[in-house]
Every structure is written in C-alpha cells, then in structure tokens.
Design a protein around this ligand. Structure first.
Ligand code: ADP
Ligand code: NI
Length: 215
C-alpha cells in the first residue's frame, strides 16, 4: 500500500502544480491528514480512504468549465495505470463523485464509511481559520466583492445556481460554511467541526463590528 500511496502523492502533486491556493497540493495534504485522523476511530478500508482524500480534487469542476466528469475520469485512469483492482477503483471514483457540497441539495448515489470519512475530512478544511482564508482567496481569485449588505445570501440553491453564483464572499459563509457542522458524518468530524464553527462565528461578529465602525 505504501507504494500505491507514494505514487498517488507524486501524481497529485504534479497534476496540481500551479493550482489556485485553496485547492492546491497543500489542501490535499490537509484533507489526507484529516482523513487519517478521523479514520483512527472508524472501521474502514484505509487504502480507499487515502486514495479518495488524495484524488478528490484532481480536476475540480470549478476549474474545468463546470464539467464534473473530468476529475473522476482522471482519477480512474491514474488508478488503472498503477494496476489497482477494479473494486477499489470503482469505490474511490464513487467517493469522488459524491464528496462535493454543490449547494447541499443533492442526494448521494453511493454510501460508505470511506465516503463519510473523506467528506468530513474535506469539509473540515472548508471551515475554521483555514476555511476563512480559502473562501477569501477563492473570492479574490474570482474577483468577487468581500461583502455587500444589499446582496442577501441565497439559501437552498440548486447545483447549477450554486456553481454560477458570483455573490460576495461573506455570503458563502451562510450558503455553505456555517451549514457544514450539522452535516458532518462522523463523531470525530462533528467534534472538530464544532470548534472550527465557533471560530468562524467569532470572526464574523468581529467583522460586522469593524464594518459598522464599532470595534
Ligand atoms: P465542494 O467541492 O465541497 O462542492 P465548493 O465547490 O463549495 O466545495 O468549494 C470548495 C471551497 O472553495 C470552499 O470551501 C471555499 O473555500 C471555496 N469556494 C467555493 N465557492 C466559493 C464562493 N462562492 N465564495 C467563496 N469561496 C468559495
Ligand atoms: Ni477539497
């Protein structure tokens, strides 16, 4: 397994060369670490968990004209090229197809503890201090405004609406980041998410206070 994981790390690092800083190799490395931490308290296939964590953002649809099929296809091709067994490949691809938030209104087409773990690991990196930085970095990358009190957050968006939204970055907290703590799958994920959530709440309180010229 060591060799499989090493080869996957090398492949992912190479594929993500020059990626947007919120979805680069370091995001993958953090998600990988989170997934190993969560996996300690779950009965699971560690090879599948790690492969999913490492390959989940290999070609994010946000950076491929909205095409959701590039990532799963690239991941499958890579896993075939290193000779992994078909059951492992199918499982990892199913996780990659189901891991993403996409507005939060899509149903899973696959269920497994390995998906639960990889999804929690990815979600933890979307919240807390790093989550705040990633949101504003992505907002800057897309030339979004930071905050506009006249544009309200839009709840319950469809995947298509969510994809093409160009709302201010603060809205993303209400549309996704603050919703994640109640959507965690595992006990370890829930515990860590609740701390990171509180940190975002404190950040937002300070932000509004400064915005109003109060602090
Ligand atoms: P997922 O891959 O789970 O569907 P997203 O596509 O929402 O997640 O994006 C992953 C990360 O990219 C978010 O957690 C956030 O940091 C950043 N991001 C995505 N969309 C936005 C947005 N509209 N505003 C700010 N940040 C965003
Ligand atoms: Ni991710």
């Amino acid at each position: 397994m060591e060799n499989v994981i090493d080869r996957t790390v090398a492949f992912v690092k190479q594929e993500l060369e020059g990626a947007e800083a919120g979805h680069d190799w370091f995001h993958i490395e953090r998600v990988w670490k989170n997934s190993l931490l969560i996996a300690q308290t779950e009965e699971c296939n560690l090879e599948v968990v790690q492969l999913a964590a490492l390959l989940h953002d290999i070609a994010d649809s946000k950076f491929h004209g909205g095409d959701d099929t590039v990532g799963p296809r690239k991941a499958r091709e890579f896993m075939e090229s290193i000779g992994l067994d078909p059951a492992t490949i199918d499982h990892v691809v199913a996780i990659i197809e189901n891991i993403s938030f996409k507005g939060g209104n899509t149903n899973r087409t696959h269920q497994s503890i390995e998906l639960d773990i990889a999804q929690d690991a990815d979600r933890l990196d979307a919240i807390g201090a790093i989550g705040i930085i990633r949101a504003f970095h992505y907002g800057g990358f897309k030339n979004r405004t930071i905050y506009d009190p006249s544009i309200s957050p839009k709840m319950g968006m469809s995947p298509a609406e969510y994809k093409k939204s160009d709302a201010p970055t603060i809205n993303h907290f209400y549309e996704k980041l603050l919703l994640l703590k109640d959507r965690m799958n595992t006990e370890t994920g829930k515990r860590i998410a609740s701390e990171r959530h509180q940190f975002m709440e404190r950040f937002l309180a300070q932000f509004y206070s400064e915005w109003e010229g109060l602090a």
